[in-house]
Design a protein. Structure first.
Length: 102
């Protein structure tokens, strides 16, 4: 329902997640992205390199501010290091106009 209250445990409103961009949630540490219209995905927001929290999503690239590791918003894979492994998927689901933990 439009204008309804956010469900319990809502991480973000879908309206706040731009296509090609995303939202970083500090607790739990999850980055929510929308690589293509209507495709909402979540990953752990903790960089596997040294445990920093990723800071932003630009042009479908999830960016870690500590050492400039870049990850794909489409599958969490490493685009450029120093990180050697990608971001782990997080179980997120759509609940009305919101994204919640699955």
């Amino acid at each position: 329902e439009a204008g309804g209250a956010s469900p319990n445990g809502a991480l973000a409103a879908i309206a706040d997640i731009p296509v090609g961009g995303g939202v970083v949630v500090a607790e739990p540490p999850i980055v929510i992205v929308q690589p293509t219209e209507g495709a909402i995905l979540g990953y752990t927001a903790v960089c596997p390199h040294q445990g920093c929290l990723v800071s932003e999503v630009v042009d479908n690239q999830i960016i870690c501010p500590c050492h400039q590791s870049y990850f794909s918003a489409e599958d969490g894979a490493v685009i450029s290091g120093p990180a050697k492994t990608g971001l782990t998927s997080a179980d997120v689901q759509i609940d009305g106009d919101y994204v919640v933990l699955g």
